[in-house]
Design a protein around this ligand. Structure first.
Ligand code: ADP
Ligand code: SF4
Length: 678
């Protein structure tokens, strides 16, 4: 039957190759990189299996002088790298999709910590790779050096072709790569690579021409270009030089992959940007070239995708995050199972794989990154091994996911929650400013649970140990969550903070009990909560001071690419920011804070204090039920999610999923429960 989504499944010619449809997984980092090629290949292969017509690598260093360590990206330094890359191209081709590789030659972004080579840039400049402030400078690339770099790029393209890639990129985006830096207005080199725009575009043009000449007979040559840096006149602008650059190179590549720079803008979180947020920047490109254009914008709705194509914004729907949250998104659209799409929530936990140097993980998709080492498939799970019934207490993210996955296995599952609404912390947190999209964690799971006949959900059902035993299920999983501490214990304080004042916790605020007047928020949690509550209270008319022992506010959000935006936003809301300070004591009207380095004390007038420190696992029920397990009244008892150990939402979902996969299995605690790449 014809469908309005048919357009998404049209094949698209890209130079000498043809993409089977318009679903295009753009290059994205993942923390596997060159170090774990098997994990990487299976992750990419899963996207192809799920229907992504093109699946690309992450940025892949073409030469050892372009070493992005400590980050784990791809390597195509020599022929020795070909077999590892072939694992990926084979995994992608197996499902009829095209494989793309993003060749990358970095300038001052390469700190070369591993190779100890001297990085090249336009001129000698401070290195920014790795920490952002690497000591050391690049060396100015002479014209001979540029010739050499072109040779390396060409050799890498030939190797990429041998490794089986169908699309080969020239990369000039994300404030990364020598080609991108060359385009800058600051490029005042005196030779033919600096000064005029024509000169500044020369190096990128040469890379494209070289690549076409070397491999263009059978491989498509793509350009990834950032059309705006969101820096105003100080950077590339979509309505400024970006137009001229695209016009000058318009028909040269076989594909334009366009986005905005830097990475924090390209992969903006849902807290700060919505689906399709890049359209206004990239929409001009199609008017200047006849070549296919791919763009991104965290599209999860097939209607938005069709609309982006019909409005002439792009030809192929690019995605990193939507393909991570749901590798089977294209196939679900094809099968008209739209309600099954596991929509990305825009939290950027996936990004922390790269920024923390570990394999990628995803809040919505607990199987992401586990394809090879645990043999997990996002859509398939082993069938049940027994007829045993399972009672799950707590329908937060951990309980919902455990119930859903056990139900998918075919088990009879009873899920209860004391609240009328499912979702636990996600139900509450998604009501905080700009976190609405996080509700998708609940919505997707509830939709699935409603479809599975062997799961029975009982809301408004608080359970005591007696209730649990009377329910009669032989297996019990407790997903009872955690409670924010009221005494200030956390990373900094190992004893309660002394004093007498009106104390609030995030739980109070999320249940609608808000302080007023002058409020001090003490953040020893360091992720989003302190900053979001500051935003909530400032918007409710409070005079807010955010105090944290860390060097900066919401410090861990650096890894989700949000830290600068949070900082800027809180300043715009007139929140006073006080990093490097710990809350020492308080009275009903005054708080005393200590500088974490000098120990200097100061006082701040305040009417109430919000403590965002540690959480207490709600594990009382577990301890009450343990004797029943010992007495044989229960066959198994498992504590999962925040009730076991408070952590981020992604970890609660993972914990629920793991419990479902491990159910009815014998787990040997002495054995590492996954394969390790060595
Ligand atoms: P997690 O992140 O581990 O899923 P949450 O705090 O989000 O944890 O969810 C825990 C859920 O457990 C909440 O919805 C809460 O209402 C529910 N819950 C806690 N204790 C009980 C109980 N004794 N009986 C029923 N539900 C409970
Ligand atoms: Fe989306 Fe968050 Fe998953 Fe990344 S981790 S793909 S942002 S849901």
């Amino acid at each position: 039957m014809p469908s309005r989504y048919d357009i998404l499944f049209q094949p698209i010619q890209i130079g000498p190759v043809t993409a089977p449809n318009r679903f295009y997984q753009v290059p994205h980092c993942n923390g596997f990189g060159w170090r774990m090629p098997k994990g990487l290949a299976d992750m990419r292969g899963m996207k192809a299996e799920g229907g992504w017509g093109v699946v690309c690598t992450e940025e892949t260093e073409i030469h050892h002088t372009s070493d992005l360590s400590p980050f784990f990206e791809g390597h195509i330094w020599s022929d020795d790298d070909i077999p590892a890359l072939q694992l990926m191209t084979e995994a992608v081709h197996k499902h009829g999709s095209l494989a793309g590789i993003e060749l990358s030659y970095n300038g001052r972004d390469a700190s070369n910590l591993y190779t100890r080579a001297v990085p090249f840039d336009l001129f000698s400049r401070g290195l920014v790779g790795g920490s952002g402030y690497e000591p050391g400078q690049s060396r100015a690339a002479s014209k001979d050096d540029l010739k050499q770099i072109r040779k390396w790029h060409r050799a890498a393209a030939i190797r990429a072709k041998r490794a089986g890639f169908d699309i080969i990129y020239c990369y000039a985006a994300h404030n990364l790569t020598l080609a991108f830096h060359m385009l800058s207005k600051d490029n005042d080199r005196a030779d033919e690579y600096g000064g005029s725009l024509e000169n500044r575009t020369r190096f990128l043009r040469e890379l494209i021409e070289d690549t076409k000449e070397a491999v263009g007979d059978t491989c498509a040559v793509a350009v990834r270009f950032a059309v705006d840096e969101l820096l105003g006149a100080d950077g590339i602008q979509h309505d400024g030089e970006a137009r001229d650059i695209v016009s000058m190179l318009a028909e040269l590549p076989d594909l334009w992959d366009v986005n905005i720079s830097a990475w924090k803008n390209d992969s903006i979180t849902s807290r700060f940007g919505k689906e399709g947020h890049q359209e206004k920047y990239i929409s001009f490109v199609k008017g200047l070239t006849t070549k296919p254009v791919v763009g991104v914008g965290r599209y999860t709705s097939p209607d938005s995708m069709v609309s982006a194509i019909e409005r002439g914004i792009m030809d192929l729907i690019g995605a990193a995050r939507p393909s991570i949250a749901d590798p089977f998104l294209p196939n679900k659209i094809k099968a008209n199972k739209l309600e099954d799409i596991r929509e990305c929530i825009g939290c950027n936990i996936c990004v922390t794989g790269d920024t923390r140097f570990v394999p990628i993980r995803c809040t919505q998709n607990p199987t992401m990154g586990e394809e090879w080492r645990r043999d997990w498939h996002p859509e398939l799970i082993a069938p049940k091994k027994s007829e045993d019934e399972i009672l799950i207490v707590g329908a937060g993210p951990a309980g919902l996911e455990a119930a859903r996955a056990l139900g998918q296995r075919g088990y009879h599952v009873i899920l209860t929650d004391k609240n009328r609404e499912a979702g636990g912390r996600v139900d509450l947190e998604s009501k905080l400013p700009n976190l609405t999209e996080w509700r998708r964690v609940i919505d997707w799971r509830l939709t699935q649970i409603q479809k599975i006949e062997n799961i029975f959900f009982y809301p408004s059902s608080p359970m005591t140990a007696k209730d649990v035993l009377e329910a009669g299920a032989p297996h019990v999983i407790l997903a009872t969550g955690s409670t924010w501490r009221r005494d200030g214990l956390g990373r900094y304080h190992s004893r309660p903070i002394p004093g007498d004042a009106k104390i609030f916790t995030p739980d109070d605020l999320m249940s609608g009990n808000l302080p007023s007047g002058k409020v001090l928020i003490y953040d020893d949690d360091h992720y989003y909560m302190g900053g979001v509550l500051a935003e909530l209270l400032a918007e409710n008319g409070c005079e807010v001071t955010l105090v944290t022992p860390a060097q900066t506010i919401s410090a861990w959000t650096e890894y989700t690419l949000e830290q600068e935006r949070i900082y800027k936003w809180l300043l715009a809301l007139n929140v006073t920011l006080l990093p490097h300070h710990a809350l020492a004591s308080f009275s009903p009207t005054v708080a005393t804070v200590t500088h974490t380095i000098t120990s200097a004390e100061s006082t701040l007038p305040c009417d109430s204090i919000v403590l965002v420190t540690d959480r207490i696992p709600n594990d009382a029920l577990y301890h009450e039920l343990k004797p029943a397990l010992a007495e044989g009244k229960l066959k198994s008892l498992r504590l999962i999610g925040d009730a076991e150990a408070p952590n981020i939402i992604a970890q609660a979902i993972f914990s629920g999923h793991l419990a479902a996969r491990e159910f009815d299995e014998i787990i040997d605690p002495d054995i590492t429960p996954f394969k390790v790449e060595r």
